[in-house]
Design a protein around this ligand. Structure first.
Ligand code: 28G
Length: 631
């Protein structure tokens, strides 16, 4: 293997005193976590050699004396004499802070954040460190204590091999605890093996007398994803796998499962980026675009689903993203987020292309994936509808509802209704008679506009009663009408069973018919049918909606003595009677307003609400005597 690297490429910075003075600044803490950073640092140095294609095997050995030995078969730390320091490169690497080659940017390195502190930090914080290098035909050794050389670099026996081996024993003056966690070391080592396909990592544990464990995964992250999804139901039995290297290297493997949660494990230069970052974002966006494009191309999206969202594609998705970048930018409190903006759109574009090709090439799996994604989209829409119900309730807390509205308490639009009543006393009775949970009362107490005589919607909307009505219904008006925002399932006009009552009903119906016709078309508008007569025969009480009904009842009473009373208005009825006759869904009669003939209806309204008051009233009286006041 040709090595053109020489000692003059090293940038010398400073000594190791600062590291021993403030260890936490370099390794995060001096507890067990910090202790393990020493191991990760060494392991990462070896992995770096592997990332750059010079190392195929790493051994990590827990020693009986509490130390650790990390060995790799890479190029070996350079041993030539540095022209400035006149010391061997290896000594400079281990005894100077931030010592690094000038050509760093041409190689991948796992260094970044806490991990990037260098072998010198490990040296500074170890009571003993012995480095053995095989390179340039010989074995070389040097020993250190607490960051200082115990002697010069020694040239040993000749060897054709190459590699680096570092034994270190953490300094008990620095660390509160110096016992390594074997299980933790196994786990981290295995993930490094998964992320570097073909790399052999062996863990020996002489300390506890365990058998060596070797990790080697020739299919890298594809083996890793298999492990992660084992035990779940797969939607695509073969993962989507993608790999590409130009300015940087990207590799990802993805399974869709029937699980409702999701996990993307992301790594940058073999370091776990648990907070994600630009690599993960690029993959997510690429997958979404690919699934969307495929589903659109194959016409698989039903009408009720507006669009496939990123979150739909993400549901049940298990994936691994691994990137290698020259200059990783780690961000965030714990440096566990990758922030290299330049990789985002190339990743998105290439993942999109590759995933779309994967879907097109595997139609059976692709259709299963699309089905899974559409299911998530449906669930999302259903939960949004449920949320809207809550929002409705919340919006009533915002006090933008009229004071004249006594709202109901239910969040479920489907079970609710609003009674529009006219007048103070009617409103009072209705409030007492209602079921608070499902029935709301809006009392209109001012002059209701005759909209047929007012030119613009703008002017109509300035009318206070209309304003209150619009705020109560919530569904907007005219071009802004949105039936989904209707706050009640039934809008019930409840006016006195007399000429004035009918007049108000017609005014309201005109407004609704002109400016929110969908409300009628979808069957949301009703007329309440309060009784006009009360017939008492001894203990029996009967109610009649009109003359005809009254006559029927009276005839049936034969020769019994009876008395007929006439309600002047809703306000006159006691709440119990109002409830039983007009409001209780179990005992009342409602009339649903329907438009059967638009042309005829328009004419009727014009006649009703036009300039000729005489024509208007005759019509109402005529019609009011019939039970069917459909328009
Ligand atoms: C055994 C414990 C951990 C290592 C190497 C190989 C080279 C090296 C190490 O160079 C200067 C700084 C970063 C590149 C590089 C050898 C180039 C040519 C190396 C290790 C230059 C140090 N020949 N293997 N350092 N680097 N293994 N394992 O530490 O930019 S450290």
């Amino acid at each position: 293997m040709a090595t053109t690297y020489t000692a003059k490429d090293i940038t010398v910075l400073e000594g190791l005193e600062p590291v021993r003075k403030r260890p936490a600044m370099y390794i995060g803490s001096t507890d067990v976590r910090g202790l393990h950073h020493l191991v990760w640092e060494m392991l990462d140095n070896s992995v770096d050699e592997a990332l750059n294609g010079y190392c195929t095997a790493i051994t990590l050995r827990l020693e009986k004396d509490g130390g650790v030995t990390v060995t790799d078969n890479g190029r070996g730390m350079p041993v030539d004499i540095h022209p400035k320091t006149k010391r061997p490169a290896i000594e400079t690497i281990l005894c100077t802070l931030h010592a690094g080659g000038k050509f760093d940017h041409t190689a991948y390195k796992s260094s970044g954040g806490l991990h990037g502190v260098g072998a010198s930090v490990v040296n500074a914080l170890s009571e003993v460190l012995i480095v053995t290098v095989e390179r340039d035909g010989y074995e070389w050794t040097q020993e250190f204590s607490r960051g200082k050389p115990k002697g010069n670099l020694k040239k040993g026996k000749p060897t054709k091999a190459h590699g680096t081996s570092v034994y270190f024993r953490p300094d008990p003056e620095i660390f509160s605890k110096t016992i390594f966690n074997y299980k933790n070391i196994l786990d981290v080592s295995e993930s490094k093996a998964f992320l570097n396909k073909g790399l052999k990592i062996t863990i020996e544990n002489a300390r506890d007398g365990e058998k060596p464990v070797t990790f080697k995964y020739d299919n890298g992250i594809q083996d890793y994803i298999k492990r992660i999804v084992s035990g779940t139901v797969l939607v695509n039995p073969e993962p989507f796998y993608f790999e590409k290297e130009d300015d940087f290297k990207i590799e990802c493997a993805v399974h869709w499962t029937t699980a409702t949660d999701a996990e993307i494990h992301s790594y940058a230069n073999s370091i776990n980026t648990s907070d994600g970052g630009t690599h993960e974002m690029g993959v997510r966006a690429g997958l979404t675009k690919a699934v969307r494009a495929y589903a659109e191309r194959k016409n698989l999206i039903p009408k009720n689903i507006k669009t496939i969202a990123t979150e739909d594609v993400y549901e049940g998705l298990y994936g691994i993203v691994s990137v290698l970048v020259m200059n990783p930018q780690f961000q965030g409190q714990t440096k566990e987020k990758l922030n290299n903006p330049e990789i985002l759109s190339p990743i998105e574009a290439s993942v999109k292309n590759a995933c779309e090709a994967y879907l097109l090439g595997n139609p059976t799996m692709a259709d299963a994936v699309v089905k899974r994604v559409l299911l998530a989209a449906e669930a999302r829409m259903a939960s949004r509808a449920a949320k809207d119900n809550v929002t409705r309730k919340l919006s009533s807390l915002k006090l933008n509802l009229p004071g004249k509205l006594a709202d109901c308490s239910s969040n479920k639009v489907d079970e609710t209704e609003v009674f529009i009543v006219e007048g103070e006393s009617a409103g009072g009775s209705a409030k007492m008679a209602r079921d608070r949970k499902t029935q709301a009362i809006l009392s209109l107490r001012g002059k209701i506009l005759n909209v047929e005589q007012v030119a613009s919607l703008e002017r109509i909307q300035q009318n206070n009663e209309i304003k209150n009505l619009l705020a109560t219904l919530g569904c907007g008006v005219g071009a802004h009408f949105d039936l989904n925002k209707l706050r009640y399932n039934r809008v019930i006009l409840m006016t006195d069973a007399d000429v004035d009552g009918a007049h108000i009903s017609v005014l309201l119906l005109t407004f609704i018919y002109r400016y929110m016709p969908e409300l009628i078309a979808h069957g949301h508008v009703y007329l309440a049918m309060p009784p006009l007569f009360k017939i008492e025969a001894g203990k029996d009480v009967f109610y009649a909606m009109d003359e005809m009904e009254k006559d029927k009842i009276v005839t049936k009473l034969n020769n019994r003595k009876y008395e007929v009373g006439r309600f002047k208005g809703l306000g006159e009825m006691n709440p119990e009677t109002l409830k039983a006759t007009t409001m209780n869904p179990k005992t009342r009669t409602l009339m649903r307003v329907q438009v059967l003939d638009h042309k005829a209806t328009g004419d009727v309204f014009e006649r009703l609400m036009g300039k000729d008051p005489k024509a208007r009233f005759t019509f109402i009286q005529e019609r009011a005597s019939y039970a069917e006041l459909d328009i």
